[in-house]
Design a binder for this molecule. Structure first.
Ligand SMILES: Nc1ncnc2c1ncn2[C@@H]1O[C@H](COP(=O)(O)OP(=O)(O)OP(=O)(O)O)[C@@H](O)[C@H]1O
Length: 224
């Protein structure tokens, strides 16, 4: 993944700042952070936890991406699958960090930054022809929805199947894209169709899992 070791799965802990609502209720941060050791300690106990990366509340979106995601994007062009997964309880900052609810803003998260890097790599590469497509799905209450089907929600349901080699989703929309902005338009359109409502811990909770996939095929120009 990046500088700290070469294992195929790495974990980054990002601690989000307290939001206004929490500050007004007197909530306090309970973690002591040792970024240089990639460790956190619960202040009231001796319990410490280590990760591949630990980011304190002051890390900005750009540095977060640069430190723990950007290097992985190169691996796509070496033929690897790259998965970036955000895990945490409601309100912990998954949508913010991933940029799934991107609407064109400056303070963008991982997905728009990764899409930009993918197309920058393609633009600078003259050896290969590239074909890129995107898909976007949502798992909500055990039902899988195709967020790019552009149909009424009850007609967007797709099924998960398994063939001899892999998991497949027959009928899932794959939109061909030629630029970062085109790919991000689909991210914006798809995320507008997601189920959201409030939880006790997040006024704008996603209430679901979302998977945005970028498929890249590359063919050496000489081989045609
Ligand atoms: N690093 C951060 N800096 C500033 N604000 C943040 C950060 N991370 C999250 N937030 C804010 O915290 C709130 C909750 O974040 P977010 O919606 O991303 O959580 P979530 O994990 O996706 O929650 P859910 O699972 O309920 O969808 C939002 O108001 C978001 O803007």
């Amino acid at each position: 993944m990046a500088e700290s070791d070469n294992t195929s799965v790495q974990v980054a802990l990002r601690i989000r700042p307290l939001i206004d609502n929490e500050i007004s209720k007197g909530f306090q941060n309970i973690l002591e952070v040792f970024p240089e050791l990639n460790q956190v300690k619960i202040k009231s106990s001796d319990k410490a936890f280590s990760y591949n990366y630990v980011f304190d509340t002051n890390i900005d979106q750009g540095l977060f991406y640069q430190k723990c995601v950007q290097d992985m994007i190169q691996n796509l062009f070496k033929g690897y699958n790259v998965t970036i997964l955000a895990y945490g309880q409601t309100g912990s900052g998954k949508t913010h960090s991933m940029g799934t609810a991107y609407s064109g803003q400056e303070n963008k998260g991982v997905i728009p930054r990764a899409v930009n890097d993918i197309f920058n790599f393609i633009k600078d590469n003259f050896t290969y022809d590239f074909t890129v497509s995107v898909s976007f799905m949502e798992l909500y209450q055990e039902v899988l929805y195709d967020l790019l089907a552009m149909k009424p929600r009850d007609q967007c349901v797709v099924e998960i199947r398994e063939d001899a080699k892999s998991i497949i989703i027959p009928g899932l929309t794959e939109q061909p894209v030629n630029s970062a902005s085109q790919a991000l338009e689909y991210l914006i359109k798809g995320s507008q169709g997601r189920a959201t409502s409030s939880t006790n811990m997040n006024a704008q909770s996603s209430r679901s899992h979302a998977i945005f996939t970028v498929n890249i095929s590359m063919q050496k120009k000489d081989n045609r």
